[in-house]
Ligand binder design. Structure first.
Ligand code: OOG
Ligand code: MG
Length: 244
């Protein structure tokens, strides 16, 4: 039997080399509890290299995403400081396996794990599994495909339940949705994250980030693209892709 640490090391190696691996569940079955243990072991490897926790993310909070990936349960993952790209910064696509990008809404957490600010966000996801295909346990073990994230300007929390969301590549809209697509109202990300965090050993920490999940399906990234997410009323956030 493969240990939790062995599985975390396999995924960690895939991140380091950009080489996809077979789904862990193609070798042997894996419970959700074990999958989260693998996820935490992978984060521990990163922390051992000096990375610091920067927040948590939810996945499959929208129908568009659940349908795209064929997985329907909400999942939680961890974000580290090294995954953060400054607004307007660059992402090197050659470091990834097959990165995709999706427009999101991010919240900043306060001292009592309440939501204190909201921002438009971009998440770069990059499954470490071949062909970007996985079961729920596989994607949980793979830290919910987390690769990088970009945060736009923070705004105090207001009504955010029906804001138009557009994803643009070089100024052209490639995907559109609404913040209503995220759990009906992205503010529901907080109770969802609290429930998931309590169940699976994550923490919601003052000053850290909660990524609520994508409002549209994810779109494949290639080098030399200016990617922007616009969320009506919240402004925009962008990243440029490069190669090498
Ligand atoms: C898993 C991550 C899902 C989201 O926003 O729904 C996610 C994946 O699609 O590979 O981040
Ligand atoms: Mg996401």
């Amino acid at each position: 039997m493969t240990t939790v640490e062995d599985r975390a090391a396999l995924l960690d190696q895939a991140i380091a080399t950009g080489q996809a691996i077979p789904q862990l569940t193609s070798e042997e079955p894996m419970s959700l509890e074990t999958a989260y243990a693998v996820q935490h072991a992978g984060i521990a490897l990163r922390e051992g290299r000096g990375e610091r926790l920067a927040g948590v993310k939810l996945g499959f909070t929208s129908k568009a995403k659940a349908e795209q990936m064929g997985v329907s349960d909400v999942i939680i993952g961890s974000l580290t400081d090294r995954m953060r790209i400054e607004d307007g910064g660059t992402f090197d696509v050659s470091r990834g396996v097959h990165p995709r990008i999706e427009p999101e809404v991010a919240f900043r957490l306060g001292p009592d794990a309440e939501l204190i600010a909201v921002a438009p966000a971009l998440e770069i996801i990059d499954s470490r599994y071949r062909d970007f295909r996985f079961s729920l346990a596989d994607v949980v073990a793979d830290n919910t495909s987390a690769s990088a994230f970009v945060l736009g300007p923070w705004t105090p929390i207001g009504q955010v339940d029906a804001l138009a969301v557009d994803l643009l590549f070089d100024g052209e809209i490639v995907a559109s949705g609404s913040t209503a697509d995220i759990l009906g109202d992205p503010l529901r990300a907080l109770p969802a994250a609290q429930r998931m965090a309590a169940a699976y050993g994550h923490r919601l920490v003052d000053g850290q980030v909660l990524l609520a999940g994508a409002a549209t399906a994810a779109v494949a990234l290639k080098a030399g693209t200016h990617v922007e997410a616009r969320v009506a009323g919240l402004g925009s956030v962008s990243v440029r892709t490069e190669e090498g």
